[in-house]
Design a protein around this ligand. Structure first.
Ligand SMILES: [Zn+2]
Length: 86
């Protein structure tokens, strides 16, 4: 019984080590660099989408979706539809 438990623990430890090695190898290989660069581009594009040139960075949940499908800053939408509100 103890042998089976020990073998199970060692097998799980082996899986953890192999998983860590694969993740570490992805970080230092050209494939890993390419994946990081792609993630960086997506992060920057996402932040640019959420940034209004007039009102600055907006929360994604606050954006207004226009009928054309374009997201718009809620303050810009309010000003465009209801006029300037202070
Ligand atoms: Zn705006």
């Amino acid at each position: 019984m103890n042998v089976i438990l020990l073998e199970s623990v060692l097998f799980i430890a082996l899986l953890a080590v192999v998983g860590a090695l694969v993740l570490n190898a992805l970080g230092i290989t050209p494939v890993g660099r390419r994946l990081r660069q792609t993630a960086n581009r997506k992060r920057i594009d996402k932040q640019a989408e959420l940034t209004c040139p007039i009102h600055g960075l907006q929360r994604e949940d606050d954006l207004v979706r226009l009928p054309t499908g374009e997201p718009l800053c809620p303050k810009c939408y309010q000003e465009a539809v209801h006029g300037h509100i202070d």
